[in-house]
Design a protein around this ligand. Structure first.
Ligand code: AMP
Ligand code: GLY
Length: 428
């Protein structure tokens, strides 16, 4: 098969790494990719939201299967466009990408299907929202309806903070139209985990469970980021709980839509909070998680292309995935200043050294290739906020953590930052 992966982050490097190992993969392209991806796939200089150009490329190069990484093109309707031209593509159509693209849509669907989620109200007028805050005990969670690159959720501990957040979203429009509608919901306390499945619209194949670390600093301090690390499996998700999540969250969505004659094809990601009162869905994503995918795929023994292709052609049946029992840890190395402003163009050193390490893989995110002025050596330079995803397997969590941080310590770029407590919860 001739395969095109869309995206440029660590998730897409991990997808390409796994796809390239498949006997089914004859030729692999990635648009636009990064320096790490360029070692296993041919890079295509097209942005992820340029659907016209991607479509033209897929036709010209006779692509057999396109796999979409990020949410933007999905919400923009790339799957609808490709399917209209009879091109095979993995991901939900625009209608169901709304599970991620509109938190109001997701909450209302959950309510309709009886999927457990925290109590909520939707507001379109600031006055109503402010009045409602007066009646609520703090903390509350305020969520902008639309896509905000992970910044649209604020946990407000005091009513002043809640009112300010509402004003920023609804009046100052810091997220443009994405914050015109907001959700105010009950704040839950518990432990989070990510459950990702592949669906063909009728059946699902679950990936291994995982957990990510959203905050920039150790001990979950500081602002939210795209994710500073992840590990798989998530010890909190016992077999019993996993089954319960499939029965009460995943199947109701997939089968509930199927009952209406609708079909959710692609990856479905449920962000779960496990509390004393049971499990609740925090969010749905219409794609693979990032950085969860980087910690999940090194554990996958089966052929990912087979699974994805079966999902696309509607033949997942009772296909099963096999997993390496060993845990996997992923530590994100980011540019200084991230998730705020940061500089690009720092030379990354130590990658060759890490390549020799057993059970360690470095998935690139914001990296680019350059040439040294002095000796024309090939250089890797930083080109984004999250730069590298250093990933390691180990016989147990402690070994995986050791392997991973031993690799991290060999890598250096100016002003780099990373968390030193990834998977610490799993060690307890
Ligand atoms: P979301 O994009 O909805 O998953 O929200 C991002 C993060 O905000 C989640 O991963 C949680 O850490 C936190 N969060 C979201 N909703 C709630 C809630 N109802 N209670 C507590 N924390 C929440
Ligand atoms: N790691 C969270 C996400 O992929 O949205």
């Amino acid at each position: 098969m001739r395969i095109l992966v869309i995206g440029s982050g660590g998730r897409e490097h991990a997808l390409c790494w796994k796809i390239a190992q498949s006997p089914k993969c004859e030729k692999l392209y990635c648009a636009p990719g990064n320096a790490g991806v360029s070692e296993i796939a041919e890079l295509v200089d097209i942005k992820t939201d340029d659907v016209d150009a991607l479509l033209k490329f897929a036709k010209t190069k006779s692509i057999d299967l396109t796999i979409v990484g990020p949410e933007m093109p999905l919400v923009g309707g790339i799957v609808d466009r490709f399917e209209k031209e009879n091109l095979k593509i993995f991901g939900p159509t625009k209608e169901f990408a709304m599970l991620e693209g509109s938190k109001v849509y997701a909450k209302e669907l959950m309510k309709k299907l009886g999927v457990p989620t925290s109590d909520f109200r939707v507001f379109e007028r600031i006055d109503d929202a402010l009045k409602y805050i007066e009646t609520k005990k703090m903390p509350v969670v305020i969520k902008a309806d639309g896509l905000c690159a992970g910044k649209g959720v604020v946990i407000c501990k005091a009513s002043n903070e809640a009112k300010n957040t509402l004003k920023k979203m609804m009046v100052d429009k810091i997220f443009d139209s994405a914050g015109e509608r907001v959700i105010i919901e009950e704040c839950l306390a518990g432990e989070e985990a990510s459950i990702i499945v592949i669906s063909d619209g009728k059946n699902v194949v679950p990936l291994a469970s995982s957990q990510d670390h959203k905050r920039i600093f150790n001990n979950d301090k500081g602002p939210n980021t795209g994710g500073m690390g992840a590990y798989s499996p998530a010890p909190i998700i016992t077999d019993k709980l996993f089954k319960k999540i499939l029965d009460t969250v995943i199947f109701p969505v997939i089968k509930g839509l199927a009952k209406e004659g609708k079909s959710y094809k692609g990856a479905l990601y449920a962000g779960i909070m496990v509390t004393d009162r049971g499990l609740f869905v925090l969010e749905f994503n219409a794609r693979f998680g990032d950085p969860e995918t980087q910690a999940i795929l090194p554990r996958l023994k089966s052929d990912l292309v087979e699974a994805i292709n079966r999902a696309v052609i509607g033949q997942l049946g009772d296909y099963n995935l096999e997993w390496d029992a060993r845990p996997c840890i992923c530590v994100v190395m980011a540019s200084g200043g991230y998730p705020g402003d940061y500089e690009k163009g720092m030379e990354i050193k130590g990658l060759d050294e890490v390549k020799k390490m057993k059970d360690v893989i470095v998935f690139h995110a914001g990296t680019k290739l350059a040439k040294s002025f002095t000796d024309k050596r090939k250089l890797y330079i930083t080109n984004g906020g999250r730069v590298l995803n250093v990933t390691a397997l180990g016989d147990d969590y402690a070994c995986a953590v050791d392997n991973c941080y031993n690799a991290v310590k060999k890598i250096h770029f100016e002003k780099m930052q990373y968390r030193t407590d990834i998977a610490r919860r799993a060690l307890k």
